[in-house]
Design a protein around this ligand. Structure first.
Ligand SMILES: C[S@@+](CC[C@H](N)C(=O)[O-])C[C@H]1O[C@@H](n2cnc3c(N)ncnc32)[C@H](O)[C@@H]1O
Length: 334
């Protein structure tokens, strides 16, 4: 019997075939133009993704990374709400739909899915790629502008991935408020930079004020213990590099690490991790140093040594972003 193909593999195949008709040089130039636009002054007043070539380049170059980042955030969220699965999903600023793929990689089954974006070429390409994913067969891809007039239909889960970054401060507020009014659960992902973290914390504060509880990455819904300007909370997701990546960035590494910041929060009771590993664990001879965010006293470094027995083995296996201590029994996900 052959193993079922995961959404991640299906997405990779769909993205590779996207570039089939596009000469490598043209795809490389489109990516470089996009990187330059994203480096420029954002927010923008018109969509950056203007045509099919832009969007194909964006999708092939960035979608594997945004998919992996959102997938990691959703898995952490799912661990904190083991008896819950979304009965509906809206992806705002969804572009080519990376977060919709990540939701199907996190929870089995089908649900009504809506993707909203102001860039028609992105929606159109997202719709085409999604034909490869049976759980996205009936997804609706709709034009919508994020702004003070935005309202969202009620749904279980709203995702906002790599979007706050492109909005003005009033539009960020309008989006978080509209999502909080419509959703039972909200997952926001941003680049893992000091600015990305600041936007996540701004959204986190608004969600808590609106009655949400933080499910991940934080072990609590109290104020973040990080002193602004001194550090920023972020994580890392491993992404296989495509031939387009290698062409644009050079080098021969088979993977790269996507840094991201996120918050996942819900209106219903959540069971956050008691602590989370917030830096890459440092493995020394006979001991592992773990930087943890805990409920009390906040940030703390702990040393787990051979004396700790089974916990030492778990610490050696711990990854940046994991819950600590690891949950002993993984309950089946519905
Ligand atoms: C960096 S892309 C992220 C796409 C997707 N969420 C992902 O994670 O791959 C940002 C998306 O936000 C959309 N966007 C930016 N400003 C917008 C606005 N004011 N209204 C609607 N969509 C907007 C863009 O068109 C683009 O598709």
């Amino acid at each position: 019997m052959t193993a079922p193909v995961s959404p991640a593999e299906t997405l990779r195949t769909a993205l590779t075939s996207l570039l089939d008709g596009l000469p490598a040089r043209q795809a490389g130039q489109a990516v470089e133009r996009l990187i330059a636009s994203y480096r420029g002054a954002t927010p923008t007043h018109t969509p950056i993704l203007r045509d099919r070539a832009d969007v194909a380049a964006y999708a092939a170059y960035r979608m594997p990374a945004t998919f992996e980042a959102v997938h990691a955030a959703l898995e952490a969220f799912a661990d904190a709400v083991p008896d819950w699965a979304p009965a509906g999903h809206t992806d705002v600023g969804g572009g080519t739909g990376a977060a919709t793929w990540a939701v199907t990689a996190t929870w089995d089954g089908e649900r009504p899915v809506t993707v909203l974006d102001w860039a028609e070429p992105a929606l159109s390409l997202g719709r085409d790629i999604a034909t490869a994913n049976p759980a996205l067969r009936d997804a609706r891809w709709q034009r919508a502008k994020i702004g003070s007039a935005l309202t969202l239909d009620p749904t279980d889960l709203v995702t906002v991935s790599y979007v706050l970054n492109e909005l003005t401060a009033p539009d960020r507020t309008a989006l978080v408020d509209a999502a909080a009014a419509a959703a039972q659960a909200l997952v926001i992902v941003e680049p893992g930079t000091p600015d990305g973290y600041a936007r996540v914390i701004e959204a986190r504060d608004r969600l808590i004020a609106a009655g949400f509880q933080v499910a991940a990455p934080c072990p609590h819904s109290a104020a973040c213990p990080i002193v602004p300007g001194e550090d920023w909370c972020h994580f890392s997701a491993r992404v296989s590099r495509s031939s387009l990546h290698r062409q644009v960035k050079g080098g021969s590494l088979a993977y790269e690490d996507e840094k991201f910041s996120y918050v996942a929060a819900a209106r219903f009771p959540v069971d956050p991790a008691p602590a989370r590993v917030v830096r890459k664990p440092q493995i020394r001879k006979g001991q592992v140093l773990l930087d943890l965010c805990e409920t009390e006293p906040g940030l703390r470094r702990t040393t787990v040594s051979k004396r700790h027995g089974a916990l030492y083995k778990e610490a050696r296996d711990a990854n940046w972003g994991d819950a600590w201590p690891p949950p002993s029994d993984e309950p089946p996900r519905t």
